[in-house]
Design a protein around this ligand. Structure first.
Ligand SMILES: [Zn+2]
Length: 498
């Protein structure tokens, strides 16, 4: 009989410092697909869902597609959105009939209204529908906050091995591999978790750089024998929840003694992360100074202004015009591209139409806590509404909706891409979609902590991390944590060598 493996993907990263709740509409805008439609629309993309499906098919087993839901990172998911998505998952699994295993792709940092550990609730909801003993394999983003509850609810839990993340498909494949193994009748796999009370700025988490490079090397060296996977979870730091901290998961075969071995590996690598905590640091530059460092017409490619403090892939609202203001004041003569979310300004551009002049304000329409609106006047160059198809190494082929959008050319070198929903600036496709070629600019603003390093590989002449406040700021000391366990490094002085 053909082995049947259910695949479901429900991915959103929550930023609890965002003032804007996420809703079902945020998923619908990016494509909320169930059953065969999920499989058809994901085919060929670098996503967990597509990778899992491919691996199952290659093994001669049958993938049973349940759902694929993805939303841009955002604020806490509202109750209606969460219960609807949870029902889609549970009802989809119930309708699919008996399966031999489930691969469930989740971000791992989803917070819903009333559920600080929403991903664990989803695993439990799936488990409640499946026949007893059906293995559940969970995949996570590296920025997951892995909890004891979700590790208990899943048979195995693994995460991305890359940052910037380019192994979405591979992670789905690895998850499906574990599911195939478990469906083969052997002992179910298991996962051990170790955690440490520390946060790491996302800008200091790149796996090419120390200390993460060394930790990843330790993880790879520990893999083999009964140890099937070691995943590092440095956690995205804009998450004020209980049990917050750096996690390491170690997944094993389920053979006798393997759990104890996995626990020892997890504790050892988490201990190394803790011991090296002082090495995770960032050095952001004040925005005016950063703009003044950029020179026009070098021909070397754009210098990236890294506005990670208001990054939509980190759940911020992407409506801060602080860098636009700095470019207007200190960057005259620079050929510069920037983005801002501002629905009223988009409406004004659509009302004026391409070629017409607009004179409006942009910024601070969603999150006015960190910066104010800025005047923007110029010619509307282009308008549009179709989604961006990502072309970089991350989530390749996935469509991202930025709602309606318009480009406004100030005539002084600065062109602003104004959008209803956040533009994906970690991938040059976001700008190119609007007719702006980053290679032609002196400077380009990217609202991204690290993912841009994959997208803009070979396209830029350097990057400057900006010192700005915001819901996804690199300056963790700007944020006020209320629910996270304390003490927590680096917010508090924590000694010892746990
Ligand atoms: Zn991530």
């Amino acid at each position: 009989m053909t082995v049947k493996i259910a695949v479901a993907s429900l991915v959103q990263e929550t930023n609890t410092f965002s003032p804007r709740p996420s809703t079902l509409d945020d998923f619908r805008a990016q494509g909320l697909w169930t059953g065969a439609e999920a499989m058809a629309r994901s085919a060929g993309t670098n996503t967990e869902f597509a990778g899992a499906v491919e691996r199952i098919e290659e093994a001669g087993a049958r993938p049973v597609p349940i759902m694929r839901a993805w939303a841009m990172s955002g604020g806490v998911l509202d109750r209606h959105g969460f219960t609807t998505l949870r029902s889609l998952l549970a009802d989809g699994l119930a309708a699919a009939g008996p399966v031999d295993a489930l691969v469930l792709c989740l971000h791992g940092a989803l917070v819903a209204d009333g559920a600080a550990d929403a991903d664990a609730v989803l695993v439990e909801a799936a488990r409640a529908v499946l026949a007893p003993g059906v293995p559940v394999i969970v995949t996570h983003d590296l920025h997951a906050n892995v909890t004891r509850r979700i590790v208990r609810a899943a048979d195995a839990l693994i995460g991305f091995h890359t940052y910037p993340h380019v192994d979405q498909g591979d992670t789905g494949r690895r998850g499906a591999g574990l599911a195939l193994r478990a469906a083969d009748g052997g002992p179910p796999p298991g996962t051990a978790l170790a955690k440490r009370p520390m946060l790491v700025p996302a800008e200091a988490q790149a796996l090419a750089d120390p200390p993460m490079a060394r930790l990843r090397a330790l993880a790879d060296a520990a893999t083999g024998g009964p140890i099937l996977d070691v995943s590092l979870f440095p956690v995205q730091p804009w998450l004020d929840v209980p049990e917050l901290g750096f996690g390491v998961t170690v997944t094993h075969t389920g053979a006798p003694g393997a759990q104890a071995a996995a626990e020892a590996v997890a504790e050892r690598i988490a201990g190394e992360a803790w011991a090296g905590r002082a090495g995770f640091s960032v050095d952001p530059v004040p925005v005016a100074e950063a703009v003044r460092r950029i020179h026009p017409g070098t021909g070397l490619g754009p210098v990236l202004l890294v506005q990670s403090a208001d990054s939509p892939t980190a759940g911020a609202t992407a409506d801060s015009a602080a860098v636009i203001a700095a470019l207007r004041e200190h960057g005259r003569g620079l050929r510069a591209y920037a983005t801002v979310v501002d629905a009223p300004a988009v409406a004004a551009c659509f009302a004026a139409g391409p070629g017409a002049t607009v004179d409006t304000m942009v910024g601070a329409t969603l999150d006015p806590r960190w910066s104010g609106p800025v005047p923007l006047s110029g010619a509307v160059r282009r308008t549009g509404a179709s989604p961006v198809i990502l072309t970089g190494d991350a989530m390749t082929g996935q469509p991202i909706s930025m709602g309606r959008w318009a480009t406004v050319d100030t005539g002084e070198g600065l062109v602003v891409l104004v959008t209803e929903r956040p533009a994906p600036t970690f991938d040059p496709a976001g700008y190119r979609h609007a007719g702006l070629e980053p290679a032609d600019a002196d400077t380009v603003v990217v609202r991204s902590a690290t993912m841009y390093r994959a997208g803009f590989r070979g396209v830029h002449a350097g990057a400057i991390l900006l010192d700005l406040p915001g819901a996804s700021t690199p300056r963790l000391d700007y944020l006020e944590f209320r629910h996270a366990p304390r003490p927590l490094h680096p917010l508090d002085l924590v000694g010892g060598s746990r």
